[in-house]
Ligand binder design. Structure first.
Ligand code: FFO
Ligand code: GTP
Ligand code: MG
Length: 443
């Protein structure tokens, strides 16, 4: 029998109201003790004086919510005690709970773990709950909510069902080889397997947009020394995060700033100015700058528009080729002549007087949106999903060329297990039983 667990469900520290959640078989016993014998009816908020059962001392004027298994978040008996969010009240209630037999403090995620264990949600939905709580931007919230609603889990469940149906043909061939079965089951199954592989490939080939949206889109600011990269970073961060000076080669380390860019989480990296140098430390800085550019999802090249030496530097022309956006800075100093350099996507700004900055933000915003924005179909949000799908795909491909029916069946079973691992929803055997029930084999 599961233990009864409790935890502070609301944020730590002083607050207007704090919510303490209890889940498990002893929930009603605890409520009885705290309320002095009257249990509120389920799913109805009831105001109640909370007392320490050992000495009848008042703890707080509270609000209590009771859920009866299985109709609760965890699927167990659950109670929520809403108290005033003062430290001493929280402390006192926790002391009382700690004294109750069979009760212990919940581990992180344990309520949701129980919800999964009791079939209230699958693993992708549980991950969605965590992502929803962690969501810091609007796009992250939307992506997490879709996962909580089960969109991703449903997709994988559909695929698991498709594999199971295909597998059923092979199982039937193995079990009832002497019965009336199609001569070549491959004719029936192979197009179905290929179709599924194509679906998985398409889903995998997503530019890792879901993962990027979860973790943050990495934007690197690169360019020659003194172009104004650090000045631009500070402008974006709205604080003096990086040192700015008119000495070329000021920035050495890669400096990261986290921002909400129109609802998208982005991590902007300021880097050392790119140039040939004999200074060993600056050299290392340049190496790190190039590395940051290679690792980034979006590479922004910052160039000083008023610097006449740009056109002579072959490396800048090369960076212009590969950069996603070229920002010509310091328009306040010139009439905006970019010389012979005219990259595809560029914008002219002045960090000093702020001109062009909103246009630049819109430009970066649309790059982020088109590459990493939400799509019609749900997307992979974790490496865990990706590696399981790659494994499933490999096994499906192997099933296509398997020399024997029994080997193909084993490949399909492995593919099924890999997909099933993502949702944790249904075991292979369980699914097979369901399918076999309406699989007409004359038996
Ligand atoms: N006070 C409070 N607010 C909360 C939660 C909570 O547990 N308590 N939630 C969670 O942390 C979220 C809401 N999610 C919930 C999910 C399921 C059930 C629930 O009781 N499910 C039952 C009954 C379903 C029904 O009748 O609609 C079930 O699934 O059987 C409750 C809340 C966000 N807000
Ligand atoms: N006139 C003018 N000066 C600017 C502008 N943006 C930056 N600067 C100046 O240009 C100089 C270099 O700016 P930084 O931001 O340190 O340049 P950086 O690209 O980070 O340089 P490194 O770190 O050396 O690679 C500083 O003196 C800034 O004040 C601008 O839009 N107009
Ligand atoms: Mg700098």
């Amino acid at each position: 029998m599961a233990q009864t667990i409790y935890a502070l469900a609301s944020g730590k520290g002083r607050a207007g109201v704090a919510v303490i959640r209890i889940s498990g078989p002893d929930t009603d016993m605890v409520l009885n003790a705290l309320l002095g014998g009257t249990l509120p009816s389920p799913r109805k908020a009831v105001r109640a004086w909370l007392r320490d059962p050992d000495n009848d001392e008042l703890i707080d004027d509270g609000l209590v919510l009771r859920f009866c298994a299985p109709a609760s978040y965890t699927g167990e008996d659950v109670a929520e005690i809403h108290i005033h969010g003062g430290r001493a009240i929280q402390q006192r209630l926790f002391q009382v709970l700690d004294r109750q037999p069979g009760l212990r403090m919940a581990e992180p995620g344990e309520f949701t773990k129980r919800a999964f264990g009791n079939g209230k949600m699958d693993l992708t939905e549980a991950e969605g709950v965590i992502d929803l709580i962690d969501a810091e931007t609007e796009a992250q919230r939307q992506q997490a909510l879709r996962q909580v609603k089960g969109e991703l889990g449903d997709l994988y469940h559909q695929w698991a069902e498709r594999i199971t149906r295909i597998l059923a043909y092979y199982e039937a061939e193995i079990d009832f080889a002497d019965e009336d079965l199609p001569d070549d089951i491959g004719q029936e199954t192979k197009p179905q397997i290929s179709e599924l592989i194509a679906l998985i490939d398409n889903h995998l080939n997503d530019n890792r947009r879901g993962e990027r949206l979860r973790d943050g889109v990495h934007i690197a600011l690169i360019g020659p020394p003194n172009a104004g990269k650090s000045s631009l970073l500070n402008l974006l961060a709205q604080r003096e995060a990086a040192i700015v000076s008119d000495i070329a080669g000021t920035t050495r380390d890669v400096l990261e700033v986290h921002l909400d860019l129109g609802g998208f989480p982005v991590v902007v990296s300021d880097t050392a100015g790119l140039r040939d140098t004999d200074d060993v430390i600056e050299k290392e800085g340049v190496r790190r700058a190039v590395e940051a550019a290679e690792r980034s999802d979006i590479c922004v090249l910052v160039v000083d528009l008023s610097d006449p030496t740009n056109a002579e530097r072959g490396d800048i022309a090369r960076y212009m080729e590969v950069a996603d956006l070229v920002v010509f800075n310091k328009t306040d100093r010139t009439d905006g002549i970019s010389g012979p350099l005219a990259p595809k996507n560029n914008v002219k700004i002045s960090v000093k007087d702020g001109s062009g900055v909103s246009e630049m933000l819109a430009n970066i915003g649309s790059l982020v949106e088109s590459r990493f924005g939400l799509t019609e179909a749900p997307v992979i949000t974790r490496e865990r999903h990706r590696s399981a799908l790659v494994e499933a795909r490999e096994n499906l491909a192997r099933a296509l060329t398997a020399p024997e029916v029994s080997l193909a069946a084993e490949d399909l079973r492995m593919a099924l297990r890999a997909v099933g691992r993502i949702t944790g929803r249904v075991g292979v055997e369980e699914l097979l039983d369901v399918i076999f029930r309406d699989f007409c084999i004359g038996k």
